[in-house]
Design a binder for this molecule. Structure first.
Ligand SMILES: NC(=O)c1ccc[n+]([C@@H]2O[C@H](COP(=O)([O-])OP(=O)(O)OC[C@H]3O[C@@H](n4cnc5c(N)ncnc54)[C@H](O)[C@@H]3O)[C@@H](O)[C@H]2O)c1
Length: 327
């Protein structure tokens, strides 16, 4: 199978294009973009590709076998349904969708379309430092993790993120840290309690909470604290501490460390390791062209992650602990 792809949305979608184009003979045939100024630039940059503002062209093109959905969050759900109904494999930006009802519909449709695969772009799984952390810890010894998403780009809140009714920094930012923790522990949380505020942004265009703290209770009495901090005056950072019986692994803005026997040692690390991010999409292509048989993120993990995010959102809205229901 040779990949003939289309991309919807050319923000992070540009990175999708770079991951796909020429990888294992793959080609991006169509780019769909709504912004007229970007369309002009794209036509110059990619004279041999079809550049359109009409997604119908993608879904009705029989040659297209992979669609990359990098549009605003509120478009993902409908584009996923259209993609699956038209027999396309999908690369989906997080979050897959914005509520449980949509998640259930996608889950159901995917059950009927067993020949199709989807991948959510959960890039921390291919980060060399976090891969090292996962390898270096015996998961049965972990008892506590702190994983903080410090956004550091507050201005981003005031664009499309301010306009979408169901936008949440849980689904937009905390999601990466929740996934990282579920991947490292290879476990699903049982309960979630969320606390949040809009203290630093309430007088701005962004009318949702811009700081969220999530407590996850995992099996084996493991506790996890996640935060999504979109208001901070701070560099963009995934700050992580993994506490286990005999050591603590740390990533912060000064570097990466291991602490044991009362001493802290620096670890050589490529964090933020942006050049490896395309490996997730390229692993998906490898899978589709049958060069490997293991996806970095499987379907069930993607649904479990979304169920956890929706339960965290519910806990925030109801101000109470929620038992997470999985599909
Ligand atoms: N995985 C990650 O690390 C990561 C990082 C950044 C963004 N994202 C996700 O990617 C998506 C896009 O975010 P972004 O930062 O690239 O935003 P952006 O504003 O930088 O770019 C989005 C682009 O998509 C276009 N667009 C939006 N909806 C469209 C539609 N229906 N049809 C055609 N074009 C459309 C916009 O005109 C814009 O050019 C969001 O869902 C976001 O959560 C993921």
């Amino acid at each position: 199978m040779k990949i003939i792809a289309a991309i919807i949305g050319m923000g992070i979608g540009q990175k999708h294009l770079e991951a796909i184009e020429n990888y294992k003979k793959s080609r991006v045939k169509i780019i769909c973009e709504k912004d007229k100024r970007k369309i002009k630039l794209l036509k110059k940059r990619y004279p041999s590709k079809i550049i359109t503002d009409n997604e119908n062209i993608i879904f009705s093109d029989k040659e297209i076998n992979v669609v990359s959905i990098a549009s605003f969050d509120n478009f993902h759900y409908k584009q996923i349904l259209r993609g699956l109904k038209n027999d396309k494999h999908l690369i989906i930006e997080k979050p897959m969708c914005l509520n449980e009802k949509e998640l259930k519909k996608i889950h159901l449709l995917l059950k009927k379309k067993k020949h199709l695969k989807i991948i959510s772009n959960l890039v921390l799984r291919v980060n060399s430092l976090f891969k090292y952390f996962k390898k270096k810890t015996s998961k049965k010894n972990i008892y506590y993790i702190e994983a903080d998403y410090i956004w550091g780009r507050k201005f981003k809140l005031y664009g499309w993120r301010s306009k979408i009714k169901e936008y949440s920094i849980i689904h937009g930012a905390a999601i990466h840290m929740i996934d990282l923790v579920m991947w490292i522990l290879e476990l699903k949380p049982i309960n979630v309690s969320t606390f949040a505020n809009d203290k630093l942004t309430k007088n701005t265009k962004f009318k949702k909470n811009s700081l969220v703290v999530i407590l996850l209770e995992f099996p084996n009495n493991i506790l996890v604290k996640i935060s999504a901090n979109a208001a901070a005056d701070h560099e963009h950072l995934h700050e992580v501490k993994i506490f286990s019986k005999n050591q603590t692994l740390i990533n912060n803005n000064f570097g990466s460390y291991i602490s044991k026997n009362g001493q802290t040692y620096k670890i050589k690390s490529n964090y933020p390791d942006k050049k490896n991010r395309k490996r997730l999409i390229q692993n998906f292509i490898d899978y589709l062209v049958k060069k490997n048989d293991k996806l970095i993120v499987n379907h069930q993990e993607q649904f479990d992650l979304m169920s956890t995010c929706f339960a965290a959102q519910k806990s925030m809205l109801l101000s109470k602990k929620i038992k997470i229901k999985y599909l």
